[in-house]
Design a protein around this ligand. Structure first.
Ligand SMILES: [Zn+2]
Length: 314
């Protein structure tokens, strides 16, 4: 288990938002403490519905098992059922530690690092991260403006035979939308990015009457003409920056927010995750957005991720 001190906790995090490894070790000293945490999260005060009694009853822990038992009839409940921990044979505390790490980094953390620090195999570490990442999704976020930036970028796909053939072929387009000084969302867009897709995303994710900043891509041409399904104008304002003319900022016309997110993402995915396959790209995007959208929480993001365990239990 973690021997190094505060490895991922940046000193730049204000004290009240810093959750140190010492605090982690104190709050979660062992697997039992982690299980108790999940149980409390799902059933505060230890009260859970007992199928046999057909009512809410108090439950107590059964030693040596991940189960609790009804105080009256002895029927068991399993706090891990339906959660990402349901079938795991890995220590709960290790899971919590991996969540702590993923919530404490800014640029991402690799399964390799967890493998090095703990006793798990690379495969196990990789699977844990995949599950944890599944918790880190803001779903279909609606951005509230009043000013948002929208941009597209391309990920992956080695460029071969420079100067010959369609080099974008193996690349996956990613579309990002960011509120200035606010939240961000990023979606992979299989196939080509076109006006139909982009306008669909505007309608789905951006509040009507917001001002939308983009580059000069022709596919954005229709933003101001967009209408609701029953034909009412949605009132979007559109401002664009002419990157091809090497203009990047003109007054408040720029897409620096979303581009800042791209560079964070590329720094992270490039250096930490190496090759991310297309299949998993969206979940990595979700991970980065999730952290970005909670950057005012310091590394208490760990607690946010923890709260998703029962929120996203099936
Ligand atoms: Zn009972």
């Amino acid at each position: 288990m973690p021997g190094r001190k505060d490895i991922a906790v940046k000193q730049s995090i204000p004290k009240e938002k810093r959750y140190t490894i010492d605090q982690f070790n104190k709050e979660f000293p062992d697997d039992d403490a982690c299980l108790e945490f999940i149980k409390e999260q799902r059933w505060p005060d230890g009260i859970a519905f007992c199928e046999k009694c057909q009512k809410e009853t108090k439950h107590h822990r059964i030693t040596g098992r991940t189960a609790y038992s009804c105080d009256y009839c002895g029927t068991h409940i399993y706090p891990l059922a339906g959660t990402i921990f349901e079938k795991t044979t890995t220590s709960l505390r290790l899971w919590f530690y991996a969540m702590y790490q993923i919530g404490s980094t800014r640029c991402g953390i690799s399964a390799k690092q967890i493998q090095r620090e703990t006793a798990v195999t690379y495969k196990t570490a990789w699977r844990m991260f995949k599950q944890i990442r599944s918790l880190m999704s803001d779903g279909d976020l609606q951005l509230e403006g009043p000013t948002v930036e929208m941009d597209e970028t391309y990920f992956g796909g080695r460029v071969r035979g420079k100067g010959r053939g369609p080099q974008m072929e193996n690349k996956t387009p990613i579309v990002g939308i960011a509120e200035r000084k606010g939240r961000v969302l990023a979606k992979t867009s299989p196939g080509q990015v076109n006006a139909h897709k982009l306008m669909g995303m505007v309608k789905e994710h951006i509040l009507p009457e917001s001002t939308v900043y983009t580059d000069e891509l022709a596919a954005y041409n229709y933003i101001e003409k967009l209408k609701s399904d029953d034909g009412k104008p949605l009132g979007y304002q559109h401002r664009r920056i002419h990157h091809s003319a090497k203009v990047y900022v003109m007054g408040d016309i720029h897409t620096n927010t979303v581009e800042g997110f791209w560079s964070l993402l590329k720094r992270g995915i490039g250096s930490v995750y190496h090759a991310v396959s297309r299949e998993y790209l969206q979940s990595y995007l979700d991970e980065y957005c999730y952290r970005y959208n909670r950057k005012d929480q310091g590394n208490l993001i760990f607690k946010s991720i923890l709260s998703e365990v029962s929120a996203k239990a099936k």
